[in-house]
Design a protein around this ligand. Structure first.
Ligand code: NI
Length: 246
């Protein structure tokens, strides 16, 4: 069930290339620190390091698509609100769930599945995977696979590493596709509906994967507002899988 089985369209190939480059950028950013300086990576640092130019889809296409993605959930209250709003609007998104946040929220995970959203893996807790031994990483990813499969009956095939931090030495991704993002909404930092919406609207174009987090009320409100506003501009919303395999 690896990438190779998929028909790689023009757009997909482009997107994959950019995603690989993004991984390289992160590596470079980490490598640029002066020797001897112990860098304490924070959530903010790595998210900022990961921000880069938007991925552009074929400009000739009439259809404009964007994939909204939500990390770090599920959250009892805000994920539920988001699901309500998306259902009302008939919009499908992608959730990258954090294993340790799932317990007690199995209903929300079932809802995601029943309502047609794509469920991916965001590891078990928010660890920086390249700082861990391969065994620990694989265990954290596998543990989350099992928790999700136990609820939905399906093993997620898409992995978004915490902080977008990954490299090819982390071999346990063999059967999974690693998905980064092309637009960081900065919702985790801005925590302001208007600013989040403005930031995404300014950067987004067709074919983009937008990073958001369904654990903040401002993110959920901004996401629903974005759906309405981008729709007015002719955008359709797809899951990451629909965007990648087209
Ligand atoms: Ni995260």
């Amino acid at each position: 069930m690896g990438k190779k089985r998929w028909r790689l369209g023009h757009k997909t190939a482009l997107l994959m290339t950019v995603l690989i480059l993004e991984g390289a950028c992160l590596g470079a950013a980490a490598g640029m620190l002066p020797i001897g300086v112990q860098k304490d990576w924070s959530y903010r640092d790595v998210h900022e390091a990961a921000e880069h130019e938007a991925v552009k889809a074929d400009s000739g296409e009439a259809e404009k698509v964007v994939a909204l993605t939500f990390d770090d959930g599920p959250h009892e209250k805000y994920t539920a609100l988001l699901l309500d709003g998306l259902k009302e609007r008939g919009v499908k998104v992608t959730f990258f769930l954090m294993g340790e946040n799932i317990e007690g929220k199995e209903k929300l995970v079932r809802r995601m599945q029943n309502e047609g959203h794509l469920i991916g893996n965001h590891s078990y807790r928010h660890i920086q995977l390249t700082k861990e031994g391969e065994g620990t990483v694989c265990e954290a990813v596998e543990q989350t696979e099992e928790v999700i499969e136990g609820i939905t009956g399906e093993r997620p095939r898409y992995l978004r590493p915490p902080y977008g931090d990954w490299n090819e030495n982390l071999e346990c991704q063999l059967d999974m596709t690693t998905v980064f993002w092309s637009v960081d909404s900065l919702d985790w930092k801005l925590k302001d509906v208007g600013k989040i919406v403005e930031n995404v609207e300014k950067k987004v174009s067709s074919g983009d994967i937008v990073l958001m987090h369904d654990i903040f009320p401002t993110s959920v409100e901004a996401a629903l507002m974005l759906v309405d506003r981008l729709r007015e501009k002719g955008y359709e919303f797809v899951t990451v899988e629909e965007l990648l395999i087209d």
